[in-house]
Design a protein. Structure first.
Ligand code: R5P
Length: 308
C-alpha cells in the first residue's frame, strides 16, 4: 500500500462531473481550487489534465459518479492517479454519488459485486480516503481498504423544505430501509414520520409497495428517498398518500438520477415538486451538499497519518 505524507494545506480539484459543487466545497474548506481540463478523444476515450500544481498538498478530488457513470468513474480514477503521480500528499476522493453502490453484494448467482470493485479501483489508483453522501449501503463502505465515510444531506434538505412552507409536514420513507433519513427530516420539520414496505423483483426490477393506512388526510406529505432513478418508488408512494387524501406531495432525495421519464412519472402520480441536491447535478438540484461534504473531508483529514 502506498504511504501518504502529512501536509498542512488543502487543494480541491474540480472533477468534470462536479465543477460547481467543487467550487462551493473549496469555499467551505477555504482551500485552493484547481480546475481540470477534460475532453473525449475522437474514439471515445477520456482525457483529463490538472490545470494547477498539487505537489506536496492534501488533495480533495470532487467527482460525482452519476450518468454516464462509467465515464465519470474513469475520469475520477485518472485524476486520483495523476494527483498521486505528480506528488500530491494525501488524496481524498469526494464522490457524492457513488455509482454502483446498490450492487453491494451478489443478489443472484454469478452477478458482479460492482460496488466493491469500484472501491478497489479507487484504492488501487491511490485514493487515501473516500467521502460520499447518503451512500445506499453503509455495508459497502465497510468493505473499503481505505477510510470511507458517508455524510447525510437530510438536514440540508430539511432546511430547504422548511423554507418552502413544509414545517409540520408528514414525512414518509417509501422503503423501510431508508427510514433513518425520513426521521432526520421529520426532526427538523417537526412533524411525524413513517415508512412503507417496498419489495423489488430482482429480475424485472418491478417495485411492489404495500398499501398502509397513514394519518395523511388533508396534510402536506414529504416523501424522502436517497435516490430517485426511474421515479417508480416515489410515484407508488405518492399514489398511496394521494388516495388517502394527502394535500401537497413533495418528493425529496439526495441523488436525483432521474432516469428516462422519472419526473413525468412522479408528477402524474400527484407529486407537486421534486427537490434534489447537487450530489447529482440535475434540473431539480436545489440544495447544495457542500457543507456536509466539507464536514466529511475535515473528519477524514483529521484522521492520523497512520490511518490515512
Ligand atoms: C432503492 O432501494 C433506493 O433507496 C431507491 O428507492 C431506488 O433506487 C429508487 O429507484 P426508482 O426511482 O427507480 O424507483
Amino acid at each position: 500500500m502506498r504511504r501518504a505524507t502529512w501536509v498542512g494545506s488543502t487543494i480541491v480539484v474540480a472533477g468534470p462531473a462536479s465543477p460547481s459543487l467543487a467550487a462551493k466545497l473549496a469555499e467551505a474548506l477555504e482551500a485552493r481550487l484547481v480546475e481540470v481540463e477534460s475532453k473525449l478523444f475522437p474514439d471515445g476515450e477520456s482525457y483529463v489534465r490538472l490545470k494547477g500544481g498539487v505537489e506536496g498538498e492534501d488533495v480533495v478530488i470532487v467527482q460525482s459518479c452519476y450518468q454516464p457513470q462509467d465515464k465519470h468513474l474513469l475520469e475520477l480514477l485518472l485524476l486520483i492517479d495523476t494527483a498521486k503521480d505528480v506528488g500530491a500528499g494525501r488524496v481524498v476522493a469526494a464522490v457524492p454519488y457513488l455509482a454502483y453502490s446498490r450492487q453491494d453484494k451478489r443478489f443472484l448467482e454469478g452477478e458482479a459485486v460492482s460496488g466493491r470493485l469500484i472501491l478497489k479501483l479507487m484504492s488501487a489508483a491511490g485514493a487515501d480516503g473516500l467521502v460520499t453522501v447518503d451512500v445506499h449501503s453503509e455495508g459497502l463502505l465497510r468493505q473499503a481498504a481505505m477510510p470511507a465515510v458517508s455524510v447525510s444531506a437530510a438536514p440540508l434538505l430539511a432546511s430547504y423544505l422548511a423554507s418552502r412552507g413544509l414545517k409540520g409536514a408528514f414525512v414518509l420513507s417509501p422503503d423501510r430501509k431508508r427510514e433513518a433519513e425520513a426521521r432526520l427530516v421529520a426532526e427538523v420539520l417537526g412533524g411525524e414520520h413513517s415508512y412503507l414496505e417496498k419489495t423489488r423483483d430482482r429480475v424485472t426490477g418491478e417495485v411492489r409497495t404495500e398499501v398502509r393506512r397513514l394519518p395523511v388526510g388533508g396534510r402536506d406529505v414529504v416523501v424522502v428517498d436517497d435516490i430517485i432513478s426511474t421515479g417508480g418508488t416515489i410515484a407508488k408512494a405518492a399514489s398511496i398518500v394521494k388516495a388517502q387524501g394527502a394535500r401537497r406531495v413533495v418528493a425529496a432525495c439526495t441523488h436525483p438520477i432521474l432516469a428516462g421519464g422519472a419526473l413525468e412519472r412522479m408528477y402524474s402520480a400527484g407529486v407537486e415538486e421534486v427537490v434534489g441536491t447537487d450530489a447529482v447535478e440535475s434540473e431539480v438540484s436545489k440544495v447544495t451538499v457542500a457543507p456536509a461534504l466539507a464536514q466529511g473531508v475535515r473528519r477524514l483529514l483529521k484522521l492520523s497519518r497512520a490511518s490515512l
